[in-house]
Design a protein around this ligand. Structure first.
Ligand code: TRH
Length: 392
């Protein structure tokens, strides 16, 4: 068989996770299957935020053919070879022209679903859904166990992480680019990329009252916006990348948005991570750093089940039960699942920071468990060997 042709369709609901996962998936499919990958998207600006050097669409960039489409309405299919595999990321609706192609070409058709550790996700992984015209669409459920669809991970990830950890010059260069001061071993540095929420003001109050030097690197605008709205920082503070605000021992620094291929390095540079959505959440786990997950909020607090389903695995590696209880309570509060009083919250934070080395070790153990498992693309190519690159 010739190198496979892959078609991918991405609808950007909001933010950067839909395009972030689709772009990562497209590149990994291209590298690993050796095939031609076509990615249709409906929001060029979102792609440009994470891939700033991408030319105007239509184009080919880093080996991926990029085209526009409108979900359920139309797609620029001109010149596209028939697909061997077609992936709709996160259940987007395909236009009639694409469905016609599916009927004619009979590609392997996947719905690449949102990441979840819930049991239903595991149960539906790789299951077919029979369509009215007799074709089958399969669910691909990424996940954290060998029975799931795995997680996206580039070949050589861990090697790159360890090389960066040993390269002080590369770390200094990145610090300068991000507008960060030199490393101060007495100060905990925390990367923070979260959604707009009142919970940030409460965290801010606790961190301030800890009287312990902490730097918070704010990526994106939403945490800073939340703090401004809650009156914790002045109206003109932290509006742009490079700006800083000092409040007691707590230092807040707005860092610039970096291209996705440099994003991991920013995580590797910090001591602790506050991440969100899907893609930054996965990268935090690979980074082997203590982290909190600010999960994407859903109606009727449905996100709390998803949050709990995930944490049952890594939280089991936190051997100190007091630590586990403090962590779980803070994670719940951050995600709208409970409300703590101020002194309890502050004491929980103090406990976590005092026990930072143990927290770090549990993050490393979790990362080791993930690295011991195969990644999503390896699983896909094993599940459907026809997608393997032909021998050269
Ligand atoms: O941006 P997110 O919140 O995205 C999403 C979407 O909101 C989506 O609708 C929702 O369903 C999903 O979350 C769960 O968070 P996420 O998934 O972490 O995506 C962020 C992407 O942006 C990720 O690929 C990393 C990238 N990024 C950079 O490339 N540079 C940066 O500086 C930062 C902060 C992020």
């Amino acid at each position: 068989m010739a190198a496979p042709v892959c078609w991918l369709f991405c609808t950007v609901i909001d933010n950067f996770g839909d395009i972030g996962v689709s772009w990562r998936l497209a590149q990994e499919l291209h590298r690993r299957s050796g095939g031609e990958v076509w990615l249709w998207l409906d929001n060029e600006a979102a792609l440009r935020a994470i891939v700033p050097d991408v030319p105007a669409l239509p184009c080919r960039h880093r080996g991926i053919v990029l085209r526009r489409w409108r979900e359920g309405v139309s797609a620029d299919l001109a010149g596209a070879p028939a697909p061997d595999i077609l992936i709709e990321t996160f259940a987007c609706a395909l236009p009639a022209s694409v469905r016609d192609t599916i009927r004619r070409a009979r590609p392997l058709w996947l719905n690449w679903e949102y990441l979840s550790a819930e049991d239903w996700a595991l149960q539906s992984h790789a299951m077919p859904s029979l369509q009215a015209d007799g074709s089958r669409k399969y669910f691909w459920q990424m996940g954290f166990s060998p029975e799931s669809g795995g997680l996206l991970r580039e070949h050589g990830y861990e090697q790159a992480r360890q090389t960066f950890a040993a390269d002080a010059a590369a770390q200094s260069r990145l610090r300068r680019r991000l507008g960060l001061p030199d490393k101060d071993s007495g100060r905990r540095e925390c990367f923070a990329f979260g959604y707009r929420s009142g919970a940030w003001a409460q965290c801010f109050d606790s961190w301030r009252s800890l009287q312990q030097p902490i730097s918070l690197w704010l990526a994106g605008s939403q945490i800073a916006d939340s703090l401004r709205e809650a009156g914790r920082i002045p109206a003109d503070a932290l509006l742009d990348a490079g700006s800083r605000h000092l409040s007691g021992c707590l230092e807040l620094i707005r860092i610039p948005f970096v291209p996705q291929h440099e994003f991991d390095q920013v995580l590797w540079l910090a001591d602790m991570l506050l991440v969100r959505g899907e893609d930054s959440f996965v990268r935090a786990q690979y980074a082997a750093k203590p982290f909190f997950w600010h999960i994407y909020p859903q109606d009727e607090n449905a996100h709390l089940d998803k949050l709990a389903a995930f944490w049952r695995f890594p939280a089991a590696l936190m051997t100190d039960t007091g630590f586990q209880a403090a962590f779980t309570a803070l994670s719940q509060e951050l995600n709208g699942g409970t409300t703590l009083n101020d002194s309890t919250r502050t004491e929980y934070w103090r406990y976590l920071l005092q026990n930072f080395p143990a927290w770090q070790r549990s993050a490393e153990r979790w990362q080791q468990q993930l690295l011991a498992q195969s990644d999503s693309i390896t699983r896909l190519l094993q599940w459907h060997p026809q997608l393997q690159a032909p021998p050269r």
